[in-house]
Write a protein that binds this ligand. Structure first.
Ligand code: LLP
Length: 403
């Protein structure tokens, strides 16, 4: 049991807390589901890119799925092996491509024909062969929130099957490109297996048709997207997920690459915030806390549900309240009409499922420093990022001050 009161007293609030032991279990569950097959779990570090968290997964043997050269550098710094790093994303700059090639990562995941041209040119300039994969957009509706759906032609990600085939042929004929993988990722927070299975089938068929023209791939990259329970969602079991994928690969000897982010970290993370005041505007009850949308954006951005637990001695009956932060936006809330007991100044609210897309989507809006981050490992707490102070926030402007 994590003692949140003690953590608040030691590290102050608002505070992110990550249970690395939980994350280990999630990692092992997924790895185990693919047993009997060569597989790499390439942790999608955008979900939670704290160096200690990435390092923790690296120590378990994880690779990394990265979407910027900053993330590639983070992964390497945190000890992820270069040959387990993938670089995806629709808009890689020339400088990013060059550095990724020089760092000799596993492959660059191409998301357009134009990008293939740039990568080829840069590999030629460097006089090396660059391993590539192509992100196929299978045009399947993942049945998730539209902001985190990526596998439809309406979305900016990947290329359609025909374009992909053309790109594989072009890459295969190039002296500077080596096609090694195929990739799809249809969306995030997926709770339905069918769209994943249907996408895998389309992509596996593509692998077979490429074999027919002597293009032999090694990696079958199934993206991330496994959903978690925020409230009452029924999620996909890792075993069923793995079986569904593997059933599409009959006769194909490919290494599975899986890029989970949320599944590994979300429910191992908590955001701890302190009650400042209660207030009543007419009929409406507000609980004002010291954390804001600049710390945890998901409720404001997606209207996402995060369970909130009151850590208080209050024994009053619960009534509905909006839990809001100090940021000057009406959209700065963690929950609306949430049942909570009467709260006192300094009571704590524990916001659950905050280990993925929490801290990383934070900002300094309203000149608010980002929270500290603490990790729990083997039951012990350790600071893994100090709280941002005012001086940190102005450091990059101060010397340029126009007087
Ligand atoms: N692989 C690729 C290519 C991705 O685009 C993503 C997530 C992942 C893997 C990891 O997906 P996961 O396993 O975490 O579902 N900010 C949103 C989520 C954005 C996901 C973007 N891509 C949220 O807070 O729900």
């Amino acid at each position: 049991m994590i003692n949140f009161k003690e953590l608040a007293a030691t590290y102050k609030t608002p505070l992110y807390i990550y249970d690395l032991d939980y994350m280990t279990n999630q990692y092992k569950k997924l790895k185990e589901a693919f047993r009997g097959r060569k597989s790499i779990i390439a942790y999608a570090i955008k979900a939670n890119s704290n160096l200690s968290v990435v390092n923790h997964f690296a120590s378990l043997g994880s690779g990394a799925d990265c979407v910027s050269i900053g993330e590639v550098r983070r992964a390497l710094l945190a000890g992820v092996a270069n040959y387990k790093i993938i670089f995806s994303g629709v808009g890689k700059s020339d400088a990013e491509i060059r550095e990724a090639i020089q760092k000799d990562i596993l492959y660059i995941n191409l998301e357009s024909e134009a990008e293939l041209g740039r990568v080829e040119l840069i590999a030629k300039e460097l006089d090396v062969v660059c391993r590539i994969s192509i992100r196929v957009n299978p045009n399947i509706d993942p049945q998730t929130h539209p902001y985190i759906s990526t596998g439809l032609h309406d979305n900016k990600f990947g290329v359609d099957i025909n374009t992909a085939k053309r790109m594989y042929i072009r890459a295969n004929n190039s002296q500077y490109l080596e096609p090694v993988g195929i990739h799809f990722h249809i969306g995030s927070q997926l709770t339905e297996l069918k769209p994943i299975y249907e996408s895998a089938e389309i992509v596996a068929d593509m692998v077979r048709s490429l074999m027919g023209i002597k293009i032999e791939l090694k990696f079958f990259d199934i993206g991330g997207g496994l959903g978690i329970t925020y409230k009452d969602e029924v999620t996909i079991e890792p075993y069923d997920y793995a079986q569904a994928i593997l059933s599409t690969l009959k006769g194909l000897d490919l290494t599975i690459i899986c890029e989970p982010g949320r599944f590994l970290t979300a429910n191992g993370g908590y955001f701890l915030t302190k009650v400042l005041y209660e207030k009543q505007n007419g009929e409406k009850r507000f609980v004002v806390v010291d954390g804001g949308m600049n710390d945890l954006l998901r409720p404001s951005l997606y209207n996402a549900y995060h369970k909130i637990e009151a850590i208080t001695d209050s024994k009053t009956n619960e009534s509905e309240a909006d839990v809001v932060g100090p940021v000057c936006e009406s959209g700065d809330f963690f929950a609306k009409n949430y049942m909570l007991p009467k709260l006192e100044h300094n009571d704590l609210l524990l916001i659950h499922s905050a280990g993925a897309y929490g801290f990383g989507m934070g900002s300094n809006y309203n000149t608010r420093g980002r929270s500290a981050e603490v990790a729990i490992k083997d039951g012990k707490a350790k600071l893994i990022r100090r709280r941002e102070e005012f001086e940190d926030l102005i450091a990059l402007e101060k010397e340029f001050l126009v007087k």
